[in-house]
Write a protein that binds this ligand. Sequence first.
Ligand code: GLU
Length: 300
Amino acid sequence: MTTLGRFAPSPTGLLHLGNLRTALASWLSARAAGGRWIVRMEDVDGPRCRHDLGEAQLRDLALLGLEPDGAVLWQSDRGPAYRTALETLQAMGRLYPCACSRKDLQKLASAPHAEDGLRPYPGRCRERPWEGFDRALRFRLPEGEVAWDDRLLGPQTDDPGRLTGDPLLFRRDGCFAYHLAVGVDDGAQGVTEVVRGADLRAVTATQIRLQEALGLPRPAYAHLGLVAAPDGSRLGKRDGALGLAALAARGVGVPEVIGWLGWSLGCLDQPEPCSTRDLIPAFAWDRVPRGEVRIPAAWA
Ligand code: GLU
């Protein structure tokens, strides 16, 4: 089977070094396998997403030499496909309306917080009768654990009920939710390999369950360690977004950034300026470090 990798940013800010590292790793993995690579703009979260930021993200990817094979898919164009998926799940009795407010959910969070501050939904509305598609809708997870072999982390086992609980697929404000859009599109686009940040490891089992319910094939996963600031704090999209423009303003050019990213992915012994093409022959998952990486102090 030909590898199809994807990079799926949310256009809520400029790409920071963590996003760029994920993009590069997914591209390298696909290219090293002789496969294809696509970009998908995850702009379902209406108010927070901006088309111009998506365009700016694509320009940054192009500066790195990361050109997608084929047109970029914008999730805001995919409403009909997501609605069809909801109808399929409803016909199987796998959806239920959720009337819990944000406040209710905070009060209900009885289980200790899971990794990454996830609060599993405790299922309070599970027995609510169907009320139509214009309500907040949750997916009824089946019982049990999910196992997958992570390309970077090795064998993983999670209980999605403990980590996320029944995920929200459709929001009260009329937006389709992240889990639904990701699962449907990875399936519809024929993605075989999902490379993304370790902060999304905890939702993988939930997404696998959803894809199973929709009869979609399961991609392989690789969850990369996060890129942290020199002091170990998390790089946020909104707190100064250390991306290509900010680095250029500090005198750090694109070849230097690529060299550092390539080194952080185990392709180079030293961070030295290069092009993304130069890195392809040296990329291998067993050389990619698993843990967090910190950006050079001089760049912060
Ligand atoms: N759109 C998500 C984000 O930018 C990533 C989704 C994914 O890779 O599955 O955080």
